[in-house]
Design a protein around this ligand. Sequence first.
Ligand SMILES: [Zn+2]
Length: 1015
Amino acid sequence: MGFLAVCVFAVCCSCSCGLSGENEPVQTFVIPHSHMDVGWVYTVQESLHAYAANVYSSVTEELSKAKDRRFIAVEQEFFRLWWDTVSTDSHKRQVRELVKEGRLEFILGGQVMHDEAVTDLEDEILQMTEGHGFLYETFGVRPQFSWHVDPFGASATTPVLFALAGFNAHLVSRVDYDLKDTMQKKKKLQFVWRGSPSLKGKQEIFTHIMDQFSYCTPAHLPFSNSSGFYWNGVALFPDPPKDGVYPNMSLPVTKKTLRAYAQTMVDNIKQRAAWFRTNHVLWPWGCDKQFYNSSVQFSNMDPLMKYINQNSKEFGVTVQYASLSEYFQAIHHSNLVWELRGSEDFLPYSTEPYQAWTGFYASRNVLKGVARQASSQLHAAETLFTRYRISFPDGPVAKDWALDKLRALRWAVSEVQHHDGITGTESPKVADMYLRHLTQATMKVEELLAALILLPHNLDITSVLNNRYHRRGVHQTLEQHVIVYNPLAWNVTTVINVTVSFLNAAVFDEDGQTVPAQIQRSAQSNVTYDLFVVVELGGLQHRKYLIKFPDKPCTGRSKCGRTYGAEGVSFERRRVRDWTRTGRRLLPVLSECYKLMFDQDTNLLHSITYLEEKSRVRVTQDFWEYHANGDVKAGPISDNYMFSTNGSAARAYQAVEMEIVPGKIVSEVRQYFFRDESDKDYAYSITTRVPECFGTGARCRRLEQTYSLGPLHLNTEVVLRTATALKNNRTLYTDDNGYQMMKRPYRKFTNNTVARNYFPMVRTAYIEDEHSRLALVSDRAHGASSQASGQLEVMLHRRLWNNLPWNRGYNLTLNDTSVVRPTLWMMLGSVSGTSAHYQREAVELQHRPVIMPIDQPQRPWQEKEPRGSSPVRPVVLPPNLHLLSLSIPGWNYSSDHDVHLAHVHAGKDLHSEPDYDRVLLRIMHLFEEGEDPELSKPVTINLKEVLRGIGEVKVLQERSLTGTWDVASLQRWKWKTADKTENKGRGRCGDEAFTVTISPKEIRTFFVHFASKDF
Ligand SMILES: [Zn+2]
């Protein structure tokens, strides 16, 4: 139905707006919009109160007054808040009508306009799914166009995801200034983008880059000192003015000003028309925080447009209100052959030579970390709830109680993906808002996780929750239970770290067998101990462990089971100025994979040998600081967004201490970096954990490092520099959104070369030469660069202040005084050896086992669970496939589009009955074509078999990325390119109903129904 409607519309359109010839007037699509940041300077509540609610109230009323008016609604979080808490029944009726007529058009449809540089694809998909689910459920509509006008640079992952979501065209704006200039001159702002080198034409999408005016109307009126076509002026905080008169309202359109307005608009349209191949101009009418007083806006624009159309012959221009789809339909109808663009992205982004937007890759490290942890927690809870729901449909964890908790965290994780959210480019109070929403929702989900795992399935929920589950606290009895859950659909053997208060501990599994463990004084505190426990978990499996704390020191094995005590050896402080002779006394730390050598003359890492190929590489790691300028009069500054530096980084320390804790489970190397030789407290530290192997061989590849930084000195940007002997010619590889790797050759610029060679690293960065590759995978986003051959530096933390009035006015100077503790896993090996592993390691770092310590257990172990009860069956995918999503979204729409539309149009109350039986499943192939001889192959799996551990699959239906389309009915627009090769489209299910073949880099989405279990 939806597709038919689009076809009909396109045909109608062709009658009136066919391809215009040279002498035809320029056809202008005036697209009214309001860019509404979900955060940035003001909190969501402040924005909703000051202007955002008024945007939707007044636009709804104004659109209903005249048929030709249009508006595009972009950020769903504001729309939903308005819909649920502000709009009247009359508004709702009007909106439904306007949406049906296509006059109010939902574009993009995500909760926010997500950032593209520092977001992970899992979160991007989540936030789009959240918005799309609401729109489809409420209106039966599915957004088909993007409007990514403000993210700071464009990733090549975005066009792939939007294609997978069923979009027909993609629109971006912020790309490097000189590149945009060139594209503009050569009329190359529009092209067909094949964002993935593996998926190629299968998921290509027509892409429009906005011209130099970007998404705002021209800011200058030559006949007036007011700016732009903003008759409603500038939004006023905290309260809207009572009389409706806002500051800086433009001159009204009157007989006196009409001609001048028309001429200004026409001149601008003609200037832009010259940059495009067709005779159509997209003229965005709006900017940040506009249309809160739409009546003033439209009542001025109506007569202006009428006047231009009446004089279109003279002006050579026609104008019309348009939705974005009307514009793209016209372009599509032009039937031109478009240039193809491959998988290169538009990062980094500069607005002028000294304005390199590469600082935000590392701004607000804490927020970036909390956002990713919350996302992992959500994934764990979604998978666990899905499994619980299918196994115990009538279990004591109430489904609506559970869904409420999941929804709160979905909302919070979606919200922070905003391009002034996870980017760290917001004011401090807005950063606090995101953190508050994330932590509150995370705590609720922790309650849910505990309930799902701890509740015997026939008990009253509240009493159990009140009594049995306590978060990790300061009090500990002499016994502690720990539940460990593996949220991945792979079997994992790994080491978890439980912080305990006693030096002696023995660990037992569910069968009472002792478990290998290691205990030692914690690097972070003098009063706690790190207990490392080796855990083996099947895919989506949880296990319980019992830790007993003997009251006397362990003397024999019986007391402490298989727990080994480890003690540190300290090395004397070494001063940088004494580094005249180094490399004489090397100290090895060995694992099954590596031999690390530490230099006792410097206390730094000296070299790593990867034993598989007996290849030794010189590797040193330490901290360096860029000193930022804070005085705008003295030159370019660094701030939340920008990174600019006058020179190269300086060594951040004058002395280093080291402690090595050799162990049987892990060996830990603690390095402390002192700013001054005689400082008592260290400024930075690296804790490296070198794991021993327990049979699988895989785990020893990762060298886990946790760093401690902060509070930093003011105007300091700190990097971890890993210097190696690799001959990489300063070429770096970093990932776009954890989806694909991008080659980043070093480029020389006349100005600001250091900053313009910084790139976002969401999950992975590596350098390589023909023999070896050094890869880092990360638990949060950072900036990365290779400033000298063999170097890989990661910007971990920034603290800045400057006197630029704009920055100070909005509180965007980034005086971030926090202490941060990011984690990276380092891997070294041959190029082919690391190719087979780094993607999976990056996923494993993101989705580490969830550890739930339960203090004060109320009953002895044996009474909790009958002895010998087998753990739930594992769910295991092949090593190159990642279980991206397994959740119960709780939507209440019919999977049959026609049936759903009939419901929507019948005005059924749609929010009463979430569907608890429809499971959303996403599987992603982690490898690129040709990346690995085995793992890059397409994989065929039988989903009935794979999911047998959860239940019996009855129905499987393939859907679009956000779930709203049945892929069988999804037909995206085809755009002509010079490439004649036939695009086969996505692979279909195999002959057998539940057999699916997943090709390199594919993401496949399904609705799954399981057979009901009656107990
Ligand atoms: Zn914005």
